[in-house]
Design a protein around this ligand. Structure first.
Ligand code: URA
Length: 209
């Protein structure tokens, strides 16, 4: 099934009506795993929409995107690139937390959403972008990039490049902040963090251009 059946009809639903409708979305089985739908949040007039993969454990409990460890790293990178988080809109490709229990059963371990789950949830992301009409969408990681740019898109090859995103936006992709957290060693984390900041500077430049 697809979330399309839950998206309020055009023309121009508001972000609030989308958020309310998404809270009751049962288009795929992930609503049974997650505590709640984690919809996007941020300024309705935002020029930039940042798109992650799916909420993590903290986001699932708080009901807000990018408020856990990856979100804190993202905040630092945005600040270093001169981008004010309160001026952007932040969302995810998939709006429910997909997880499996840790061997001890005490922790919820992130599980990557599959192609069907991404496809089922995509109408929400499309609706957010249609309402916001941002100048630039920033895909954070392969799940978001491939959902928006096609399955064969490779973030490692095309990070920081800017493409058209019809009908009205442009899009760029970079790595996911979680990939930096998973990077082995402080030195490689520092290098990857600087590269993320460089990619986000492209966003700042694109917006000032
Ligand atoms: N990772 C994501 O992709 N999104 C979040 O909201 C948190 C972690």
């Amino acid at each position: 099934m697809s979330a399309a059946a839950f998206v309020p009809p055009s023309p121009s639903p508001s972000l609030t009506s989308l958020r309310t409708a998404a809270a009751g979305c049962t288009a795929c089985h992930l609503h049974e795993l997650g505590t709640q739908t984690v919809f996007g949040e941020g300024r309705a007039s935002a020029d930039v929409v940042l798109v992650g993969e799916q909420p993590g454990d903290v986001e699932d409990r708080e009901g807000r995107p990018f408020v856990g460890p990856a979100g804190h790293l993202l905040d630092r990178a945005l600040e270093a690139a001169g981008i004010d988080r309160s001026a952007v809109y932040v969302t995810n490709t998939v709006k429910h937390f997909k997880w499996t229990p840790s061997p001890s059963g005490k922790r919820r371990i992130h599980a990557k959403p599959d192609t069907r789950e991404v496809a089922a949830c995509k109408p929400w992301l499309e609706a957010e972008i249609a309402v916001l009409r941002p100048r630039l969408v920033v895909a954070l990681g392969a799940t978001a990039a491939q959902a928006l740019l096609g399955k064969s898109f490779k973030v490692t090859q095309h990070r920081g490049e800017v493409f058209d995103l019809p009908p009205a936006s442009r899009i760029t992709a970079t790595i996911h902040p979680s990939a930096i957290l998973r990077s082995p060693g402080a030195e490689s984390r520092a290098v990857e963090f600087d590269r993320l900041v460089d990619d986000l500077r492209v966003v700042a430049e694109e917006l000032s251009g």
